[in-house]
Design a protein around this ligand. Structure first.
Ligand code: NOJ
Length: 920
């Protein structure tokens, strides 16, 4: 039996690993709800809003069909509609079946995603005003206050909901303007009906029948839409239907374990965030989020898509139309008015929560491979980093470290001394990460399985038995993490007592949590599997990984008595996952196309909350040649999450295995990341406070710069750095667009380039193009050590890139790098301003957070001035009136010595204090 199981597993893995088959996954026309919805024509919705009133602070109505009822069809019951408004420009629209009309089942609303504080932001509507459209000749609308500049509108007949600017009444986002809205109500099955759905030998019993929802959403003043990860495709979403579009699938949101995903496709992969952002020439952005965890498909419609059956729309505003379809759930949608891109992101985060503040070590470099074989291998790899003077912070162990894929255990032969192994790493300030997946081996001698099955904690199949699926360990079951009691049970498994062999320097990797089920339909769990309260898997599929990630992160918090920030990397994700940790883009391939697509993928994740993300450096499948690997390190050094990883069939590729020159190049790339850690950490804090992502599209910083709108080869790291990847072999030149009016300084040479222009630059193997924006100050740490922990007390360098008015500003955030004390005020947050030849450091920390203090003895050892024109000799430091020398110093960056720049040497001022430095 064991052999058979092994053979089966071998067959599956070798199949899936070597051939990504499009036909393993359902296309829209093989998915009945998608096919039906896509077939609908504009104008087909006949619902109108009646009984419009204000109740409980909301604008409410019933939706009823106006058309004559077709007697062959079931009667359409009224749907309930409510519009609520929240502080900061957020409108929420909910539409559901009326519970008082006894639908056969309560439809699923995703719990635990909206943060509790959000309800506190609700504005209680007192009244609605009625207006007639088109100068009193048109239909009736009810208008309510949304924010000072915006209003929410419900049009009655036909029903339509939108937000608009108060002055000028220009629309921002609207729903059902094309009358494509459709809501399949739950009903009793007729005798001759067959509700089952079959796909590649799998039968979905679909006991509740059709229950899909679809509607159109329009974004005004828009030229592009972005977001709705996860897809391996361009950042600006290409149209999927309409004139000029060859046959295309809609963007699919369905968490799937897709082996060898192709680099340009709207197919769904590991995670789903149903949040879209629009942006246009006006410099304005808006957003739309649908809180629904069932399979979703979204069309972006090309201009003229409705030429035949179009509905008259306001024509003076540019517009992008989209069409949203889901298999189940309710309409629970959020409209964000912006008007700036950062405003939209903040509005979304006020609903789903801010990204967690990571531990400092996790923002440094991670070394992973499937698998580091044994303790000796671990020790070897670790010491080679030191031998080659390459810093790294975390060593990862994949599934083979366990005893037969039983998570929380260790293979006793290969890893006999896990605690000692972790301690040795910890002594150098390094951590370890082990993998813990959701499939639990169905083995009665495995305590975790015994416990889970006895308590009834597994997800149940349609017949009520524990669902039994196939994954790495063979026959496996999956904890029902929708249930808070089960999440808390799971969290306990991470205590030092339960996770034998774990120590405080061990952190966790959640993989395969889509969930992946090798023998399931589309390599996942059947949709009719049951969760807590009879919720069908179809209703919550896209959030399974989210709950698993949440339970694991909570486990690490509990393990450390609430004192240690968790680090959990997850493959699957949903809206809100940003509160629990990092994600990566899964099993990419070692080719240039996957290197290129990593940037739009990471940008989409950041835009939709998942600020802490990265792609496997080097590419997971296949063997990168040294040039590709080097380019990947050079780009990966700027990913928010920076980890090298590889499949077990690939050749070893640690950075020292490709000859001295390539080792030096990879070392330089990794060192660049370590040099910039203070800047990255400051950006992670910015994301944690405001939601603005660490890595951003150019247009987030330059919202009116049209040339930036569809550029996804370059990206901003914070507001100060612009990075352009090199995506082809033997590149001699690169075209780099530098936005804005101010100039940019090459990070290595200090050479200036004009903004608002595309520059054709020579490139060498040494680095990819990267620039600091004039007018910014970037904090660095230039002394290189083995790990970030060992840099804790090192002095800082400030790089001041002056703009045309000889001014610049920047920030530095630091704390203990690991605890939650920062939440009570234990941090340092400085603002640096250079103006009139003076550099001032002032406090930015909020005084309202609490009395906890963080102190640091760190000083500033060097200040580099880029673009400083008058000749300067000395600098005077206040208070104290000390002098510091000014000279031409090397513009060191990472391991490289670049051009010379005006440098204030050893000013010796403390980062924690107020001071002023005058350049004389
Ligand atoms: C799939 C993950 O995406 C990959 O990173 C990992 O190495 C394998 N599973 C084995 O755990």
């Amino acid at each position: 039996m064991k052999h058979l199981a092994f053979l089966f597993l071998f067959f599956l893995t070798s199949q899936t690993v070597h051939s990504w088959k499009k036909d393993e996954f359902r296309a829209c026309d093989q998915t009945p709800f998608c096919k039906r919805a896509r077939f609908r024509k504009p104008g087909s919705c006949t619902l109108i809003a009646t009984d419009v009133s204000i109740s409980d602070g909301d604008l409410t109505a019933k939706l009823i069909p106006i058309a004559e009822h077709d007697h062959d069809q079931d009667p359409i019951k009224p749907l309930t509609l409510s519009v609520s408004v929240y502080r900061d420009g957020i409108m929420r629209l909910k539409i559901d079946e009326d519970p008082s009309l006894d639908p056969p089942k309560k439809r699923f609303q995703v719990p635990d995603v909206i943060v509790p504080e959000f309800e506190g932001k609700k504005l209680w509507l007192q009244s609605a005003s009625s207006e007639k459209l088109d100068g009193n000749t048109g239909g009736l609308i009810s208008v309510v206050y949304l924010s000072d500049g915006y209003e929410a509108v419900l049009r009655h007949d036909p029903f339509e909901v939108y937000v608009r600017e108060k002055a000028g009444k220009r629309r921002v986002v609207s729903l059902n303007s094309h009358r494509l809205f459709d809501f399949e109500q739950l009903r009793v099955k007729k005798e001759d009906e067959d509700w089952e759905e079959r796909f590649r030998g799998h039968t979905d019993t679909r006991p509740y029948g059709p229950q899909s929802i679809s509607f159109d959403v329009s974004f005004y003043e828009s030229d592009f839409v972005y977001g709705i990860p996860e897809h391996a495709t361009s950042f600006a979403l290409k149209p999927t239907r309409g004139p000029g579009v060859e046959e295309s699938e809609p963007y699919r949101l369905f968490n799937l374990d897709v082996f060898e995903y192709v680099h340009d496709s709207p197919f769904g992969i590991y995670g789903s965030i149903p949040f879209m952002v629009s942006h246009g020439k006006s410099g304005k952005s808006s957003g739309f989020f649908w809180l629904n965890a069932a399979e979703m498909q979204i069309d972006v419609l090309a201009k003229g898509w409705d030429a035949e059956n179009g509905i008259l729309m306001p024509t003076e505003q540019s517009r992008i139309d989209t069409f949203w379809m889901t298999e189940a759930g309710i309409v629970d949608t959020f409209f964000f008015v912006g008007p700036g891109p950062k405003d939209v992101v903040k509005q979304y985060m006020s609903v789903t929560g801010l990204p967690a503040m990571p531990q400092l070590f996790s923002t440094a470099y991670h070394q992973c491979r499937w698998n580091y074989r044994d303790e000796e291998d671990v020790e070897n790899v670790d010491s080679k980093f030191d031998e080659h003077d390459i810093p790294y912070d975390v060593l990862w162990l994949d599934i083979e470290h366990t005893d037969g894929k039983r998570y929380f255990t260790w293979d006793k032969l290969l890893f006999p001394h896990p605690e000692e192994m972790q301690r040795k790493l910890a002594a150098k300030g390094r951590r370890m990460v082990t993998i813990v997946d959701p499939h639990i081996k169905r083995d009665d001698s495995f305590h975790l399985h015994k416990d889970a099955s006895q308590r009834g904690y597994y997800v149940k199949d349609a017949s009520g038995k524990d669902f039994d699926g196939w994954c790495w360990p063979g026959s496996s079951s999956y904890p029902d993490v929708l249930n808070p009691e089960i999440r808390s049970w799971w969290a306990e498994k991470f205590s030092y007592k339960n996770y034998i062999g774990s120590t405080p320097s061990l952190y966790i990797w959640n993989d395969m949590n889509e969930p992946s089920v090798f023998n399931g339909p589309e390599v996942t769990m059947p949709r009719d599997v049951l969760h807590l309260g009879g919720v069908e898997h179809r209703e919550l599929h896209n959030a399974y990984g989210y709950y698993f990630h949440m339970a694991t992160a909570d486990g690490l918090v509990k393990r450390g008595d609430g004192k240690d920030r968790p680090f959990v990397l997850s493959r699957a994700f949903f809206a809100g996952s940003q509160r629990y940790g990092a994600v990566w883009t899964g099993d990419n391939s070692a080719d240039w196309d996957h290197l290129r697509v990593s940037v739009p993928m990471i940008l989409s994740l950041g835009l939709t909350g998942m600020s802490f993300s990265g792609a496997d450096v080097g590419g997971f499948f296949g063997n990168p040649d040294p040039e590709l690997l080097v380019r990947w390190y050079q780009l990966g050094a700027y990913y928010p999450f920076f980890r090298g990883h590889a499949h077990h069939d690939t050749k070893r590729r640690e950075p020292w295995l490709f000859g001295e020159r390539n080792t030096a190049l990879m070392r330089d790339a990794i060192r660049i990341r370590y040099t910039l850690l203070p800047y990255f950490y400051t950006l992670f804090r910015e994301a944690n406070v405001s939601g603005v992502p660490v890595v951003r599209p150019l247009w987030m910083e330059f919202p009116s710069d049209e040339a930036a709108f569809s550029n996804d080869e370059a990206f901003m790291v914070g507001n100060s750095l612009l990075v352009q990847g090199i995506y082809e072999t033997r590149a001699k030149h690169a075209s780099v667009y530098l936005p804005g009016k101010e100039s940019w300084y090459d990070l290595r040479t200090g050479t200036t380039y004009k903004g608002g222009k595309t520059h054709k630059l020579e490139v060498s193997e040494e680095s990819i193009p990267a620039f600091q924006r004039a007018g910014t100050i970037v904090p660095r740490k230039d002394r290189l050590r083995r790990s970030s922990t060992q840099m804790m007390h090192d002095p800082f360098t400030l790089v001041i890139a002056l703009n045309s008015s000889q001014e610049a500003e920047g920030e530095l955030y630091l704390d203990d790098g690991k605890s939650f004390d920062f939440k009570h005020g234990a941090y340092i947050h400085r603002r640096f301003v250079f103006s009139n030849g003076h550099l001032t450091s002032s406090n930015m920390a909020s005084s309202t957070l609490g009395n906890s203090k963080f102190s640091s003895d760190c000083v500033i050892e060097r200040i580099i001035l880029l673009g400083y024109t008058p000749g300067a000799k000395t600098a005077l430091i206040e208070p104290g009136n000390q002098k510091a020398e000014i000279e031409l110093g090397p513009l060191r960056f990472g391991g490289q010595h670049g051009g010379a720049a005006v440098t204030i040497r050893k000013p010796g001022v403390r980062v924690a204090e107020d001071w002023k430095i005058k350049v004389l």
